[in-house]
Design a protein around this ligand. Sequence first.
Ligand code: S3P
Length: 429
Amino acid sequence: MKRNVVGASRLRGTIQLPPDKSISHRAALFAAISEGQSVIENYSQAADPQSTLACLRQLGVSVRKEGTTVTIDGAGRDGFQEPSEPLDCGNSGTTMRLLAGILTGAGVSSTMIGDASLSGRTMKRILDPLTAMGGVIRGREQNFAPLEIGKGEIRGFRYELPIASAQLKSAVLLAGLFSEEPVEVIETVPSRDHTERLLRLPVSHNGNRTILRSDRSIDLPVQSYPVPGDFSAAAFWLVAGAIHPDAEIVLPDVGLNPTRTAALNVLQEMGADIEIEPSVSDGPEPMGTITVRSSKLRAIKLDPQWVPNAIDELPILMVAMSFANGRSEITAAEELRHKETDRLSAMGRVLSVAGEEFSLRSDGILIQGRGTHHVRPGVYDSEHDHRIAMSAAILGLVADGPSSVDRAEASDISYPSFWEDLEQLSRTE
Ligand code: S3P
């Protein structure tokens, strides 16, 4: 579907963000392996977290939806039924990698499939450790979905993460929940900590090493809390507000987990006019209200340590960088090439359409920012990637005329009401 975007003369309003995608997946998966009943409020209606619910149902888990409240009766660690059909993870890497950790740990014979994009993303990173710890899991041509899971026995395991990836960390820890002996994951570059936080896993520190542990003796808590608004969705409006010459946007109830909000620090360092008001959260994740106003941005060299924390926000931060005065730089971000699309190349095509000056590197990008300016209108293509669709839309919002985004429905993967929210913000009356 094609969506038209017209350059807006001003941006004003309050946006109720979609529920966090990463937390929704985890709330449902962890509820399913707990012993009690979980009532998850504000569960994401987006396609990816809905894929997780569909897979859980196929595994015999009772999942009831009433509006955005999802009630799950925990099946316990060993309560899944073997599914009669392949488990379809759709476009969702988080569903595939986290659920593969659980099913391999539990030894549930099953097949996991995904759409064309997911079937082209390497699963080697999870297959190697899951096999080394005693699990039985195989991929097509070694490394790709469909994944075939069989019965194994998880042994004690110590694993230093070779890539800063929360999906990889989670897959190993979740398989570890089925081991009689301790499974330890060592992290040197922090990535989002929702898994260890929501499961209350033991965490210790040794210098710059974080050691996370899981094993069968750990009690799995029920997951009854409201899911906060998605910071990764907020990032689109933070950048829109900062680069637009006449903007004030308020974002209530947004998740403020510090392992997710590096983009906030980056934008503030660039000089963005952002106010943060923490609120009292009913759940395990910090929340608050963020307000952003029109800003003059300075260029920035992104500290590579921040990359895993801002990985999903890098496409929209590239848009902010083209509005900064001077040359910005992102390095150590090769992981962007392994997302729903190769996001470095895809953003290169988006920035070219907008007439921005940049040069791509194998692991990042240099952007010659032009300060506050109007972008030339253009015809963009999401390439079926939600974050590319939304980044292109924000460029359209600050353009001198009408632009369009092809395959715009990609935004449904994480943010189904994105286009309505965009329209609401640009309304002038
Ligand atoms: C996610 C982790 C990140 C992120 C993805 C969601 C998660 O992937 O890009 O959108 O929920 O754990 P990696 O951990 O592979 O970097």
